[in-house]
Write a protein that binds this ligand. Sequence first.
Ligand code: ADP
Length: 447
Amino acid sequence: MFKKILIANRGEIALRVIRACREMGIRSVAVHSTADNNSMHVRLADESICIGPASSRESYLNMPAIVSAATIVGADAIHPGVGFLSENAEFVRMVEEHNFVFIGPSAEHTRIMGDKITAKQAVKQFGIPVVPGMERAVTSNEEAHAFCNDAGFPVLIKAAGGGGGKGMQIVYRPESLTEALLVARNEAKVNFGNDQVFIEKFLVTPRHIEIQVLADHHGNVVHLGERDCSIQRRHQKVWEEAPSPALDDKTRSELGELVVKAVKGLGYRGVGTFEFLYENGEFYFIEMNTRIQVEHPVTEMITGIDLVRAQILVASGEKLPFTQEDIQFRGHAIECRINAEDPETFFPSPGKVTSYHTPGGLGVRIDSHLYNGYSVPPHYDSLVSKLIVFGDTRQQAIQRVNRALREYVIGGISTNIPLHQKLCTLPAMASGDYNIHWLEEWLAQQA
Ligand code: ADP
């Protein structure tokens, strides 16, 4: 087992990895930018090392600085967390070239899945149904028009290397296509350094359902059921739950088995997530994430499995400590993403936290790097906390999340807690009858 892990990340996910390391008797090393000198991940890690100035490009995305830090502290392995370099094949290669273990899949799997076009091709050969779309990047307006005329509008233009819900354009009419392609290409280039875009059929009422998988280096693969992440704004998840209110046991295990078969076929290792859209009883693969996900705690709550611990175990070469039969789903879990932003305008709200009180009681978990007196820097993602609750039933989980949100005090900055509070009281949330567009439609009605 590793003796020392360097965590190439910040915020709540860095804390999550530090916690797993400490329970496993592994020393943890935090890296940080100058804007994060007083961050909780720096305080909680066994060691810390500054890797650059505030800008992500010069710190958390600075590959040579991170690898140098790992060399200086004598780490065995690097955990990439989520975002930043977690799905960057070049980083995986660099880490391995310097003889550190990358806690994640191979550079090759990272590369294939990092491109939505190659990802769809890769899983299709194992019988995974994919969302109808172009099989290669758009090279001319003519072929884009030809595809859309065949598939029918609306369509969605996506960046092949996209992430974080950015760079997507919905097109309702043929006359808007050419301009939308131009905008999408530019956005893709600016955000992802890769201007390749492709086109998919835009699904009008799907749910977002994703399957969590875990694979060791010995060919053992399990799935840990699904998460429903349909409550989204601007293609970004806001509230996640497990199990999905829309799936029955049979559908869950059929989809899970299909995904396990694909993961085995791919020879993939580590944690991973297959994301699907689910509409009219059909699943359509959209992408695979090759890292731990922000919403992994809901799966941990209903399976009792520590996913980050399992991820570290398999990266060190150990066999999976459980089989598919050992994995039992119990109860219901909900995660609210708490962002430092205005609950109505959604403008970011960095700044000093002047009072802080976390909810407690049975079935309540907070994954957050906030503390009283901490200043949320303006340079990074606005996610500041995840409130996760567990209940025996979905109804109990909703009641619990509702009361926990009422206890949670984060003073000095604005957060979207009031939005989550409202959501808990709405009939669509109680019934579970919502799709990926529901939140935006509801927000538009409130405006
Ligand atoms: P990203 O990598 O940027 O997160 P994804 O491909 O995972 O992009 O899609 C993010 C979200 O965008 C999905 O959860 C869904 O809400 C929406 N989306 C993606 N593809 C489609 C599609 N073909 N039709 C409708 N919505 C889509």
